[in-house]
Design a binder for this molecule. Structure first.
Ligand code: ATP
Ligand code: MG
Length: 296
């Protein structure tokens, strides 16, 4: 019988072990600090294709790989986060839709991702597509998710981090996510129209703060799909940093083919190509988030 490795003793899956080996030189310490209290982050930007889902799943996987328990809630009927985490989300699968209706608890709908035994996902099925309209007539329509994310319900899974992946709209699903969280994480794509629509997003966040959730704040901005060959990427980066200061993570996620290929294999980039620049960047970004969480 082969000797157990430190990683297998720590309860790592083979994928995590391989990823850790590939990144050990750059990231020698294995564990990220736990937050002082459970953090619930909504990943939102009504602009489509800016990296909400990619950031959600890769940050979640990086935190799980470094010893933290993480729950991803897929709140987008497209179900992209569920796909990237290799979680079943065919129509009829217990999902966030039944959770919003109050028919299932979080723990009943949550599945363990095959990428880590600390990474859970409440999937989204196509059933969620009609919910923007269905929610309108429901009692407490803006706070259905908050109700479902009670301390007792979360304790059953006991995550250190909860990430809610929003659809590209400012409809009721996104409002539910903002009411259920304390923090908003905004991914911003480093390209020309990046800042367009941002003021509308911020206005909506303010409205939620005023009327529905005083505790909400924009805690984190992550610059994504940075292409160092273009001047424009630097201009956008500088502009965002000037506007938002310390809220912006130091780490910038580069545009990388590996990042875009990974979901096609039902994987995060950390599992698909752990040594790639994309994987390294998401690890660095996750470390920053964890360090902030431990210091807050
Ligand atoms: P939507 O608004 O549709 O939910 P989104 O904001 O969640 O989109 P993603 O799905 O994460 O955005 O990313 C959009 C596309 O860009 C995807 O095809 C994804 O694979 C690709 N992508 C994301 N980040 C990167 C990156 N760093 N490098 C290359 N491709 C990327
Ligand atoms: Mg998405």
């Amino acid at each position: 019988m082969s000797q157990p490795t430190a990683a297998s003793v720590a309860g790592w899956t083979p994928i995590e072990e391989e990823a850790a080996r590939a990144t050990r030189i750059k990231h020698p310490d294995r564990m990220f600090p736990r937050p002082l209290s459970r953090r619930v982050l909504t990943v939102a930007n009504q602009k489509g294709g800016v990296g909400k889902t990619t950031s959600t799943v890769n940050l979640a996987a990086a935190l799980a790989m470094h010893g933290l328990r993480v729950l991803v809630i897929d709140l987008d009927p497209q179900g992209n986060a569920s796909t990237a985490l290799g979680v079943d989300h065919r129509s009829g699968t217990p999902s966030v839709y039944e959770v919003l209706l109050g028919e299932l608890s979080l723990a009943e709908a949550a599945q363990l991702s095959d990428q880590s035994d600390r990474l859970f996902c409440v999937p989204a099925t196509i059933d969620l597509a009609g919910s923007e309209i269905e929610l309108v007539s429901m009692q407490g329509r803006e706070s259905r998710l908050k109700e479902a994310l009670s301390d007792e319900a979360l304790d059953q899974i006991d995550p250190d981090y909860v990430f809610i992946d929003c659809p590209p709209s400012l409809g009721l699903l996104t409002v539910n996510a903002m009411v259920a969280a304390q923090e908003v994480l905004i991914p911003i794509q480093c390209e020309y129209y990046a800042l367009e629509g941002l003021s509308q997003l911020l206005r909506n966040i303010e409205l939620v703060q005023t009327h529905l959730n005083r505790a909400l704040s924009v805690s984190t901005i992550l610059l994504t799909m940075y292409d160092g060959r273009t001047k424009l990427a630097d201009q956008v980066t500088n502009e965002v940093r000037t506007h938002f200061g310390e809220t912006v993570l130091r780490t910038v996620i580069p545009r990388s083919v590996k990042v875009s290929e990974a979901p096609g294999y039902g994987q995060t980039v950390l599992a698909y190509d752990p040594g790639s620049r994309g994987a390294m960047s998401y690890l660095d970004a996750a470390r920053e988030i964890a360090e902030r969480g431990a210091a807050q």
